[in-house]
Ligand binder design. Sequence first.
Ligand code: GUN
Length: 286
Amino acid sequence: MAVIIDGKAVADRVRSEVAMEVQQLKSRGITPGLAVIIVGDDPASRVYVDNKKKDCARVGIYSEEFALPADTDQEQLIALVTSLNNRSDINGILCQLPLPSHIDENAVISAISPAKDVDAFHPSNVGNIMIGKYSFLPCTPAGVMELIHSAGISVEGKRCVVIGRSNIVGKPMAMLLLHENGTVTICHSRTKDLKEICAEADILIAAVGRLKFVTADMVKPGAVVIDVGINRDENGKLCGDVDFYKVEKVAGYITPVPGGVGPMTRAMLLKNTLTAAKLQNALLME
Ligand code: GUN
């Protein structure tokens, strides 16, 4: 039976470290601030945004929500981003994705000041990650790396397989594993022999967005299985991309859903907001 990596416990530790540093900043007159923009009324996005605001309050970060109607045009949204770029009390700007289809997400992301881009989605931050010189890492891949480290697992020399090639998870995830000297394969919907490739992985990261996509026959005995998926099963229960109860019998380590990667993504946003506040107040070197 696999060891279950407890994302809630690791996230609690990260959050309390952030809370302590926030208190130290506050004693110097600096309150980290996060602006959260939501456009339209997607119910999942609403839950994520509410959670982000709650998380900020728990660690003493100031947060401000900007809820815009679904028919907001791109220029209005970019004008808001620009005004937030210019506010000294706002250190981080997060625009919840997806945006309505009439808005070009890349144009909005590019309008965010790279120094305030706590998602690390701006092309300049993405480029910095590619060359291994970064201030921010995208929250989900950074959270996955924390989970791997917390379990005492070394990536060095391991075969790592990432299923999924999104800009938010798959691509940066592969890069972070590569930075730690993993031998990395990215699989996607057009990959041939997916099962065979996954079955060779020492570290398997599932970021597909499909319920029970990773089955026990795709997992090498003893492998580390990290489940980034957030899906609902036929009863509305939250489930990942991994067929958990079968895979846990084969894997060496596994993350549950809920209680695995999700809490870490939330915690890493707080850490990035703290980092942004420190950088903007010249308390950290870039
Ligand atoms: N939508 C789903 N995940 C994310 C995320 O990490 N950041 C933002 N801004 N939007 C998201």
